[in-house]
Design a protein around this ligand. Structure first.
Ligand code: SF4
Ligand code: SF4
Length: 362
């Protein structure tokens, strides 16, 4: 089998973050700051990625602007011909930093918002004063001529304000909005019962998004990610396991997706021990669920097998106890009915108290 290089590298520079979002998809066991790769190691990762033919790097976290060497890493990536995207909460940005990042070659920023309502958004992120800072950051980003995507993470506490968030994104000059329902990994999975929207919420939101896409053609692009548990077919997670993306954690572990460490039996190599290209081609974790040979009965003769690649391995693990099962959000899965029941029970759970993201593993 010929293995094409990945399209993109997700570089999780740090798990440090001033926010404590209850839906964060980072793992429950966060990498402590002392374990982070240093600037030289990250530059080597970027060089190796460029040599492999990777086209894009997404600097993420945690909060990537917590790293003082971010500008140097952006410049290095840009110098190697990589398209550079920054995924940030925006609360640590200053005019000076945004100008320096733009100068270094940053092309695009995805700025996360928790809500259109400041107090409610700050209740979800556990960070007071964040909303004002985000509004200021959006102005700095567009003022510096950088392309802006407004990332809106949706759950049952803000689903009613999707229209206001869309208006906000347009007013802030975003070219794109991601209306992305929480994906239930890491802290999001831990807090699922306090975040899951109802089916009725979802149907209203979907109708609104469809109507808005027509109405706002040429004004803003709307990307829409529905909550998996209510979908008929699974998403093409990471564009297929070990097909399009590789993820490097703050401590240098190389993963096929950011939640892959929840799957027992996988061996993850570290960039400190093995070349990136070798890990991509021959690493045990990358080979385990690549392409179609590993697929369970049902997926093996399904005409969608090269559309969704069997869905999400981490979700199959979390919900069925076996990562090699069909993603149970697929309507063809024998376990699918149970998933709807979980979603409905969670959506009705008024008493669930969310746990804020913290370095103390719950
Ligand atoms: S989701 Fe929230 S807590 Fe997690 S990295 Fe992003 S801003 Fe920080
Ligand atoms: S049967 Fe497998 S390949 Fe087909 S839609 Fe479901 S998860 Fe995807």
């Amino acid at each position: 089998m010929t293995i094409e290089p990945p399209l993109a590298l997700l570089a999780e520079l740090t798990h440090r973050c001033p926010l404590r979002c209850v839906y964060c998809s980072n793992p429950l066991a966060l990498d402590p700051s002392g374990s982070e790769l240093d600037e030289a190691a990250w530059k080597s990762v970027l060089d190796q990625a460029a040599d492999m033919g990777v086209l894009q790097v997404h600097f993420s976290g945690g909060e990537p602007t917590s790293r003082k060497d971010l500008e140097a890493l952006v410049a290095h990536a840009d110098g190697r011909g990589l398209y550079v995207n920054l995924i940030t909460s925006g609360v640590m940005l200053t005019e000076k930093r945004v100008a320096a990042l733009a100068e270094a070659g940053l092309a695009h920023v995805q700025l996360g918002f928790q809500d259109s309502d400041a107090a409610r958004g700050e209740a979800i992120s556990g960070y007071k004063g964040g909303h004002e800072k985000k509004l200021a950051a959006a102005a700095m980003i567009t003022g510096a001529g950088l392309a802006l995507t407004f990332n809106a993470v949706i759950h049952r506490h803000n689903v009613a304000r999707v229209p206001e968030m869309l208006d906000m994104a347009i007013a802030l000059g975003a070219q794109r909005i991601e209306i992305a329902n929480v994906q239930y990994y890491g802290w999001g999975l831990h807090n699922r019962a306090s975040l899951m929207p109802t089916r009725d919420d979802l149907d209203r939101m979907t109708a609104f998004v469809e109507e808005s896409r027509e109405r706002l053609k040429g004004i803003i692009v709307i990307d829409y990610v529905i909550p998996d548990y209510y979908a008929s077919y699974p998403k093409s997670c990471m564009g297929g396991w070990a097909r399009r993306f590789m993820n490097v954690t703050p401590a240098g572990k190389v993963l096929p997706c950011h939640a892959a460490e929840t799957i027992p039996g996988l061996e993850f190599d570290n960039v400190k021990d093995r070349p990136l290209a070798d890990i991509w081609q021959n690493g045990q974790a990358f080979g385990k669920y690549r392409a179609t040979e590993w697929m369970p009965e049902g997926c093996r003769d399904c005409d969608r097998q090269k559309i969704d690649w069997g869905g999400c391995r981490c979700q199959a693990m979390a919900l069925t106890g076996d990562a090699a099962n069909m993603d149970p959000v697929c309507s063809k899965s024998p376990l699918n009915a149970g998933i709807r029941e979980i979603a409905e029970a969670d959506a009705a759970d008024e008493a669930a108290d969310p746990v804020y993201r913290t370095f103390q593993h719950p």
